[in-house]
Design a protein around this ligand. Structure first.
Ligand code: PGA
Length: 259
């Protein structure tokens, strides 16, 4: 048996990408928190740009359950690595989570499976939760390679973690062709891939009944969030564009009641 996941479902995560500076982050938080709290008992994690992390976190001090993370780290803890931040630095700024292997890191910045694995290891070593992202490109999907690609990314991403660290991690399935494109995987598509990922994590943990949450991401919006959250095996959402507006983010959070 492995430890159960410390992450109550649904897990709703906002990836702001390279948007919202400190003042905008404060404005977002004020507007979001002015709305009624989401009527669910899940988890919420916001991933601002690093420069806005402290501002966002301080602006959300009245909502202690709200967690914050960084979108990327380097795997060394400190030193002469200009332009990078480490897991311990992210933690010192109040982050509890780290996105690892987001498709934009893989496809815009050339991050390899091996590097993603090192980042997950560094995050876990610092006591942060790695949020490992996996997903196939359109050509890989059309070639019938979806499962092979996401399972390769999954195994490489988790390879350096202990079983206990895997049991405490979060996963996100984000088909590359659905990110920022307005094309969403159907709930059935998401369920199929989530099921394959869940089985593979069960093999790693030696526990088919593990509770590692698997989030879906890719063009999630207030109109499709509830249906995606209701799909079997979808434990949460990782939202980019629609998380930048406090009203649409609150609407997505409210749909978590179905999860
Ligand atoms: P999107 O981005 O919601 O804008 O498609 C999702 C993500 O990249 O995490």
């Amino acid at each position: 048996m492995t430890a159960s996941s410390p992450w109550p479902r649904p897990v709703l995560a906002a990836n702001w990408k390279m948007n919202l500076g400190p003042a905008e982050a404060r404005q977002f938080m004020a507007a979001y928190l002015a709305q009624p709290p989401a009527p669910h008992a899940g988890s919420m994690i916001i991933f601002p740009p690093d420069v806005s992390l402290v501002a966002a976190r301080e602006a959300a001090a009245s909502r202690p359950g709200l967690q914050f993370g960084v979108q990327n780290i380097y795997w060394e803890d400190k030193g002469a690595f200009t332009g990078e931040i480490s897991a311990p630095l992210a933690r010192a700024a109040g982050a509890t989570c780290v996105l690892a292997g987001h498709s934009e890191r893989r496809h815009v910045f050339g991050e390899t499976d091996e590097e993603t694995g090192r980042k997950c290891e560094a995050a876990a070593r610092a006591g942060l939760t790695p949020v490992l992202c996996v997903g196939e490109t359109l050509s890989q999907r059309e070639a019938g390679e979806t499962e092979a690609v996401v399972l390769r990314q999954l195994r490489a991403g988790l390879a350096r973690l202990t079983r206990e660290q895997v049991a405490g991690a979060l996963l996100a399935y984000e088909p590359v062709w659905a990110i920022g494109t307005g094309r969403t995987a159907t709930p059935a598509d998401a369920s199929t891939t989530h099921a394959a990922l869940r089985v593979a994590v069960g093999v790693i943990l030696g526990d088919p009944n593990h509770g590692v949450p698997i989030l879906y991401g890719g063009s999630v919006n207030p109109g499709n969030a509830a249906a995606l959250l209701a799909a079997p095996g979808v434990d949460g959402l990782l939202v980019g564009g629609a998380s930048l507006d406090p009203v649409s983010w609150a609407a997505i959070a409210a749909s978590g009641i179905a999860g």
